[in-house]
Design a protein around this ligand. Structure first.
Ligand code: ZN
Length: 176
């Protein structure tokens, strides 16, 4: 499998709430291939940002070794999305959100500024960085709108099919 070295995130079915669709972060051990849940987004981004030079191993988590059972199994009880390795770490104060489309076809990435403004493109990033001296030192290349790949084999079978001509990304609010 060509995706095994990438760091995935997984998401569950959730109504659109303006929040990220991602609710569990996991990294795969290079040696035993087990999945380990990563507690903080910061640590996850740290692992992901240098995955090629520093592959992830179970013992990165304190007290955990390859002998321990996996924290989470790759299966269709949840939908998995797999990130590209070596993505830049989100600059401090900013938040990177990923929202899964209702038809599970893809995710949309956007950034939230420390002031709560939503940025959807490199253009918007460039504009805000230029206009704010306090963001000096942050470069547009610190932002990446690349989105993880939705793993088709983990998409629920009852997902509503894409309606041609409908580009409505809003999800209906249903409680889970
Ligand atoms: Zn391991």
């Amino acid at each position: 499998m060509k995706d095994t070295q990438e760091t995935p995130k997984s998401s569950s079915k959730k109504p659109y709430s303006g929040q990220s669709s991602i609710d569990v972060l996991a990294a795969q051990c290079e040696k035993c291939k087990k999945w380990r849940v990563i507690q903080s987004e910061e640590e996850f981004e740290d692992i992901r940002s240098k995955l090629s030079e520093e592959p992830f191993y179970c013992n990165r988590k304190s007290g955990v070794s390859c002998e321990d059972p996996a924290d989470i199994e790759y299966d269709s009880t949840r939908t998995w999305v797999v990130d590209k390795p070596n993505m830049p770490k989100t600059p401090e104060g900013f938040k990177r959100h990923l929202v899964l489309r209702r038809d599970y076809s893809k995710l949309d990435a956007y950034y939230i500024t420390p002031e709560g403004k939503k940025l959807r493109s490199q253009n918007e990033i460039a504009t805000i960085l230029k206009g704010n001296p306090k963001y000096k030192g942050i470069s547009p290349s610190d932002f990446d709108f690349g989105t993880p790949k939705v793993m088709e084999d983990t998409v629920p079978v009852d997902v509503p099919k894409k309606v041609p001509g409908s580009s409505n990304k809003k999800l209906k609010t249903t409680k889970d």
